[in-house]
Design a protein around this ligand. Structure first.
Ligand code: ADP
Ligand code: MG
Length: 251
């Protein structure tokens, strides 16, 4: 199937269940939003899919176009076509953005093959123009001393260069300012298309004014409790999450 499929995923940490029989399918070409109160496991889901080792996967499957990625190394998962954008991107002092992205692309080539530098920079500058980024940006160290908006811009540039089949953006709690919000949404909207799927994780309805999702899912206590269209996000903005709390979950 042409989709990012998460099937009956059960994940725990130190014996405590976090994801409880979690299932979600994002067909290629669609943008899905995942919302929900703090502590329900949204970031855990993103990290488990990306191959983070802190979590124990008790059962379930994660498939990219039919290929299982659970248990693979993060770089293999990236190679399989998944891009993860995190709330708190890492800083890599001394490594320029241009070299960081180049190394990521190089790592995907077969042994003995090299990136063509001329082609690489041509592509990089074309993507930067599309994102209205200043070229001086590429010589700066990755995320070092960046503003929130600059970090996001850098992340979106990485995403557009890696051309993933599926992207997961975890924007929860990041307190995105209006500049960062615009950067993320313009980046996603530029890359939206029939050949790509997105999962946008957000605590706030606000982001979804800019990235209009095909579907909105609400997560509560480790699983999806409600699915709707963009109107559902507006309803959440108005009513909060409590009305969706499963019995006994304690809102
Ligand atoms: P959300 O992103 O929806 O706010 P998280 O996935 O960050 O939720 O967290 C879900 C639950 O898992 C919380 O109860 C949190 O305390 C717990 N948790 C997440 N990561 C860890 C960790 N590395 N160690 C211990 N507990 C964790
Ligand atoms: Mg989170």
């Amino acid at each position: 199937m042409n989709a990012l499929e998460i099937k009956n995923l059960n994940v725990s940490i130190d014996g405590t269940a976090i994801l409880k029989d979690f299932s979600l399918t994002i067909p290629k070409g669609e943008v899905h939003a995942l919302m929900g109160p703090n502590g329900t496991g949204k970031s855990t889901l993103a990290k488990v899919i990306a191959g983070h080792e802190d979590y124990t996967v008790d059962s379930g499957e994660v498939l990219i176009d039919g290929e299982n990625i659970l248990g693979k190394e993060p770089d293999e998962i990236s190679h399989a076509g998944l891009f993860l954008a995190f709330q708190y991107p890492l800083e890599v002092p001394g490594v320029s953005i241009a070299n960081f992205i180049r190394a990521a692309l190089q790592a995907r080539l077969p042994e003995g093959e090299d990136i063509n530098a001329v082609e690489y920079y041509k592509n990089l500058y074309a993507k930067m123009d599309a994102l209205q980024m200043d070229r001086k940006f590429t010589s700066r160290s990755l995320n070092e001393g960046f503003s929130g908006g600059e970090k996001k811009r850098c992340e979106i540039l990485q995403m557009s260069m890696l051309e993933p089949k599926y992207s997961i953006m975890d924007e929860t709690d990041s307190g995105l300012d209006i500049d960062a919000l615009r950067v993320v949404s313009e980046g996603v909207n530029l890359m939206r298309g029939p050949e790509r799927g997105f999962l946008v994780i957000t605590h706030y309805q606000r982001l979804l004014n800019y990235i209009v999702p095909d579907k909105v899912h609400v997560m509560y206590d480790g699983k999806i409790v409600e699915t709707g269209d963009k109107e559902l996000a507006l309803k959440l903005e108005e009513k909060g999450y409590e009305w969706l709390a499963p019995a006994g979950a304690g809102a």
